[in-house]
Write a new protein. Structure first.
Length: 361
């Protein structure tokens, strides 16, 4: 935008500068040349021309007049201009043929020296011709001032248009920069999304590989579990078979032991029965013997009582006295009775023990 706006700025500066104004007419060209010569002389160290009125600028350096200033009547004599022109002869020779009041040019240093009074056609620029020429020049200056005002207005409009254009260009540049930033942001986001997609794809591949590895490990573990289960089942079956074999052997040994114990018990019971029978027979014999002894003692007691009752001896040969023998016999009979009871009770107890042993079997 700065490069595009540079030509307009340079054009404005050139149009506003006094050196850029063109002198289309010969008189204006003459005055511009005089102004350039005067400025060159004033800048040279040998000749320093100063105006009695102070610092003045050349006529061609003046800005265009406004519409109000153009209505004012311009002076006809060059010495009455805003920037008076110094007489050529007075400046170069020091004197002029015309007096000061009749010469159209100033007889003092004004800073701008008039050109020689010779035109292009070789005619002098003095008298009525000069007046006519000055009139045409003033008319042209008026027209140029009007045209300058119009040009100034056009330039102002052009400046406004240029300002609007620059503003639009600045807005367009800002919009373009914003769009470029958005485009760069979108490109960065697109690159980021693409990188994320690549990373996600790589992650998916890694996850898939891990899934495959886990599936293989699961299959391996499943096979190992099946092998271990088969091995355990075989071991369990072998253990069960061994236990069954051991149980069968134990049962067989228990059966044999039971058979042997039954045989032993049967023999013991038979032996016990035999012993019981023998003991019972012995007890019965002893009871019969006791009963026989009791009978004998009872008979003997009868005899002793009879002998004691009808005997004349008061005391026996052994000194027992009367009724002593019967009393002893009664004691013997009582002892035999107790022995009989004991034998009966022992027989009952032995029968009960044998009966209980048989019931346990």
């Amino acid at each position: 935008m700065e490069r595009e706006s540079m030509p307009f700025r340079e054009r404005d500066e050139r149009s506003a500068s006094p050196k850029a104004t063109r002198c289309s007419s010969p008189n204006l060209k003459l005055r511009c040349v005089q102004a350039r010569r005067c400025s060159a002389r004033s800048s040279s160290p040998g000749k320093n021309i100063a105006s009695p009125k102070g610092g003045v600028t050349p006529f061609c350096a003046q800005t265009p007049l406004s519409s109000t200033a153009s209505q004012i009547a311009l002076p006809i004599k060059p010495k009455d201009f805003r920037v008076p022109l110094t007489c050529f002869f007075w400046y170069h020779t020091g004197s002029c043929k015309k007096p000061d009041n009749k010469c159209l040019y100033a007889h003092y240093h004004t800073g701008t020296v008039a050109e020689p009074p010779i035109s292009v056609n070789g005619r002098a620029m003095g008298g009525n011709r000069a007046k006519n020429m000055l009139g045409s020049i003033s008319q042209r200056e008026e027209e140029l001032s009007i045209r300058g005002a119009e040009i100034y207005d056009g330039e102002q409009r052009l400046v406004a248009v240029q300002a609007d254009l620059e503003e639009r260009l600045n807005a367009m540049a800002a919009r373009e920069q914003h769009i470029q930033q958005r485009e760069e942001a979108v490109q960065q986001r697109e690159n980021t999304v693409q990188q994320r997609e690549q990373s996600v794809h790589q992650h998916e591949q890694a996850v898939q590989q891990r899934e495959q590895a886990i599936h293989q490990r699961e299959q391996t573990i499943h096979q190992r579990e099946q092998n271990q289960q088969r091995k355990r089942s075989l071991q369990h079956e072998q253990a069960i078979a061994e236990r069954e074999t051991a149980t069968a052997a134990r049962e067989h040994s228990n059966y044999e032991r039971e058979q042997a114990f039954a045989t032993f018990e049967e023999g013991m019971l038979r032996q016990l029965e035999g012993n019981y029978t023998s003991i019972a027979s012995t007890v019965s014999q002893m009871r019969r013997a006791v009963s026989n002894a009791q009978g004998i003692l009872a008979n003997r007691r009868q005899q002793v009582l009879y002998h004691e009752n009808f005997s004349n001896n008061v005391q026996g040969t052994h000194g027992q006295g009367r009724y002593g023998g019967s009393i002893a016999i009664d004691g013997a009979i009582g002892a035999l009775g107790g022995l009989d009871q004991m034998l009966a009770q022992g027989e009952i107890n032995l029968h009960a023990q044998i009966h209980n042993a048989i019931k346990r079997q």
